[in-house]
Design a binder for this molecule. Sequence first.
Ligand code: UDP
Length: 366
Amino acid sequence: MHYDYVIVGAGLFGAVFAHEMRTRGKKILVVDRRSHIGGNCYTESIDGINVHKYGAHIFRTSRREIWEYMLRFADFNNFVNSPIANFHGKIYNMPFNMNTFNRIWGVVTPAEAQAKIDEQRREIVGEPRNLEEKAISLVGRDVYEILIKEYTEKQWGRPCRELPASIIRRLPVRLIYDNNYFNDPYQGIPKGGYTAIVEKMLDGCDVRLGVDYLADREKLSNLADRVLYTGAIDEYYGRDMGSLEYRSLRFEHKRMAIRNFQGVAVVNYTSFAEPYTRSIEHKHFEFGDQPTTVVSYEYPFEWSPGVEPYYPINDARNQALYEKYRQRAAAEPKTVFGGRLGTYRYTDMQDTVIAALELANKEVAK
Ligand code: UDP
């Protein structure tokens, strides 16, 4: 059988692209070296609870057409992500909002909170040069020390003074009593889990799991006219110009005979007292009431070759190296690169869906 496309990686990017091409009558083969589809969105049902095996995935978007696109594959519930932060046993609301400021400073009105922030941000003069300065200029030193510094240093394994300010831009600061972590108007969790969505997207495509494309690339490439590669771009080239850096994660999943362990889907541990950054109680994503529960602890650690890459480290050195790989990739005659690892980007699910739809349109226009 000859295919129009071999798609390397059965994650969200590969699945959206596969679906788009399939609906345009193309023949598709999807390969993945893992034993399951879904990439890092993969969910597995344990005791009737959809467990996010590679960390919390909360779908959200500001674009109605993207929301409607996802609704073609599943019903979404009205889950709103309102994580709490645990700092030495005290609980604070996230993201930074009036509830948080009240807890830290005892302030009640937005004007009082603003005055506190203004007083504390004065220590930063001029343009913030790194994550620490950016954080203090946004919310002041107290919030920085309780909710940002140690969490960020655990997550990235580097001092906040050596991290780019851009990382923290993801986090909203609000002078209203509102614990919704995201600003997007559309947000939710798919009923039945993400794996079912990806399964639907891949309907009509051939899927081969446990297949390492890079180990057999010539044979697999010859099966199709074109290739979409969503793995790590530096690995594709054998890292012959040097290795891009990543941050990795390890998950410890615990099944417990408890109905409600932490009372919320996500707890952030913002001090060095715990080696993990988050605990996730999956049943709360779907308002589950099972007699048991599954809780996952998230441990960040430094990536090295052979380890699963999660977050790209988008600092100047790595960006410059990525740019060199990107130029080589752009010259490939039959292979296109996509997704978080193929384009070395820190992406949310909606960015992934949008980028995959765009690539599909580009391919069709060829
Ligand atoms: N962050 C923080 N304290 C928190 C949560 C997040 O300082 O309690 C910072 C941290 O630097 C992190 C960034 O905000 O890297 C982005 O966090 P987010 O939860 O959006 O990351 P993701 O869910 O993508 O891992």
